[in-house]
Structure formats: C-alpha cells, structure tokens
Design a protein around this ligand. Structure first.
Ligand SMILES: O=C(CO)[C@H](O)[C@H](O)COP(=O)(O)O
Length: 212
C-alpha cells in the first residue's frame, strides 16, 4: 500500500518524529511512505486547507491508497479532507480510534492531532496508531457480529458523499486556483503525484496549474 504523510505549517517541526514512526511501521508491513507535506518550519507553507486538496488529488488519482494528515487539533485537517469527494477521513487521537475506523468506517485517510495532547510518549502513540491503522484486514466490523450492518452503512455513506459531491474536476476548477497551485507546488508532492497518479485528466490539470 502507498501511504502519504502530510503536515501543515503549525506542526511542521514534528514531521520528522511522525515520519520516523510511520516509516518503521510501513517497513515492517511492506508499505511505501511518501512524505508530501511540510518537513520542517522552513518548508513551502501549507495549511490544513491545502492538505485537503492534496489528499483529494492523491487519492482520486490513485497515486496513493491512504493518507495520514493532521494539524494542531486534528479537526481542521479532518474537515478539510472530508470536503473532497473520494476522501473518507477519520479523526484519530489514539490507537483504538485507528482500529475502529479501519474495522467499522474503512476509509482512506486519518487526521491526527499534532499539538493537542502531543506530549511525552507522543511518538509511541503515533506508532501504535499506525500499527492499528495498517495491520490486518479492514472492514471486519467491531464487534465482529456487527460487521454486516457496519459495512452496509459505510457503503451507503460513500454513496451519499458521491451523490452530494458530483464532478470532482468541476469542483477543483471552482476553487481559488492559487489555493490549488500552492497545494501542488511542493517537490515531494509532485514527485509522488506525477509518478503514480493513474488519472491523466488530473495530471494534465495539475501540470497546467504549475505551467500557468
Ligand atoms: O489545529 C488546527 C486547525 O484545527 C491548526 O493547526 C491550528 O489552528 C493552527 O493554529 P495557528 O494558526 O494559530 O498556528
């Protein structure tokens, strides 16, 4: 599985701590990690708004399979990612959130709080979250006997979101194009997107923004 990690400006300095934990868990489980957001305070500035745009492009183009995002509280990134079609983001502050999200909601992104509650042992909490998020088969229900109803409702919610969101490209073009351009300007984002995106129209759109 390809996993993108994206940090915004307010907690960018913590990116190396989170990345180390994610890389360790991914290596144990055979996943590939792409660090596409800010990697420190002096990097290309991104807010949680940009993270939503980036997650939408990476997931809808199938460049990656899963996104780990977050901000100070985790709430801004959560709302921003869920504003985009094809992105189903859960709020995750401890490993049981990660496990229950995988088993019940079975989405493709998590938003973590990198300021609130990020104290002593926070790197361990990150590691255990990643272990629970990426270990084992997803969508098995919790408790297991509730699987049928939980899988059904997750599917219905995906259908509701698809119906409400309509055309993704139209939505992207309705955004402030400077906002989108800033979201796609990072070198590590571009390396991941242009190498692995499987949607030519999305690739052409991002290229046109960068060339414009
Ligand atoms: O948690 C967040 C949004 O939910 C942001 O990371 C936080 O609000 C950033 O704060 P500031 O603009 O004061 O640096």
């Amino acid at each position: 599985m390809k996993i993108a990690l994206m940090n915004e400006f307010s907690q960018a300095a913590k990116n190396p701590i989170v990345l180390e934990q994610l890389n360790d868990v991914a290596a144990e489980q055979g996943h590939q990690v792409f660090n596409v957001g800010m990697d420190g305070d002096n990097d290309h500035r991104l807010t949680y708004i940009h993270l939503g745009i980036m997650a939408g492009l990476l997931l809808n183009s199938k460049a990656v399979d899963f996104v780990i995002s977050g901000c100070g509280t985790g709430q801004g990134a959560l709302m921003s990612l869920n504003a985009h079609p094809g992105v189903v983001c859960g709020y995750c502050i401890d490993p049981s959130d990660a496990y229950l999200f995988a088993q019940i909601n079975n989405g493709n992104a998590l938003s973590l709080a990198f300021a609130k509650g990020f104290g002593w042992g926070a790197e361990l909490n990150c590691r255990y979250i990643f272990e629970k998020a990426f270990t084992g088969e997803k969508g098995q229900g919790y408790p297991p006997e509730r699987k049928e109803s939980q899988v059904q409702n997750a599917g219905i919610l995906n259908g509701v979101k698809a119906a409400m969101c309509k055309d993704y490209m139209e939505g992207l073009k309705a955004l402030d194009q400077e906002l989108v351009k800033t979201a796609v300007t990072g070198e590590r984002f571009q390396a991941c997107f242009f190498e692995y995106a499987q949607d030519q129209a999305l690739q052409d759109y991002v290229r046109s923004l960068l060339d414009g």
